[in-house]
Design a protein around this ligand. Structure first.
Ligand code: CMP
Length: 143
């Protein structure tokens, strides 16, 4: 059974380039309901914790520095088959490989500054939604 919830972050580069509105517009037009949303700045420690599964990767320190370099927007998105459909909407990690019309193709600067994050599995979505939000933040919205 697939869950219908995913977590996105609009990353510091896209926020700095004033793409919040355009990206949210794409997300809503694609049929996702934004059920919880906030703007915040991650500390280095929080970025390390969020991306803990990549701790051994060579790009980890750069990823943490970038993700804590400025404000982000975090949101919980609802839609049937949310994880898969959102990954399709944002495109490949590297914008050079992303399909035309995807969010990363249009807004990413590079593989490391790739505009948005999307959960890669239902288990990740569960963990990542709880990283930023409490279930009570969106329980009533879903009724
Ligand atoms: P994201 O979907 O947020 O999940 C992990 C992030 O690590 C990814 O987007 C990229 O921004 C970054 N990343 C993954 N692979 C590489 C890589 N080879 N070089 C630099 N950054 C990477």
């Amino acid at each position: 059974m697939t869950s219908n919830k995913t977590l996105t972050m609009i990353k510091p580069g896209a926020v700095n380039n004033k793409h919040i509105g355009a990206i949210i517009d794409r997300i809503e037009r694609a049929g996702f309901r934004i059920v919880a949303i906030k703007s915040l700045k991650l500390s280095k420690e929080a970025a390390q914790e969020f991306y803990q599964e990549h701790a051994e990767r060579p790009f980890f320190n750069d990823l943490v520095s970038f993700m804590s370099s400025g404000p982000i927007v975090a949101a919980v998105l609802y839609k049937e088959n949310a994880v898969q459909d959102f990954r399709k909407l944002i495109g490949s990690t590297d914008p050079n490989d992303a399909e035309e019309g995807t969010i990363r193709k249009d807004f990413a600067e590079s593989k490391s500054k790739n505009a948005v994050h999307g959960s890669d599995s239902d288990a990740s979505a569960e963990r990542e939604c709880h990283f930023f939000f409490s279930t009570i933040d969106y329980l009533e919205v879903l009724k």
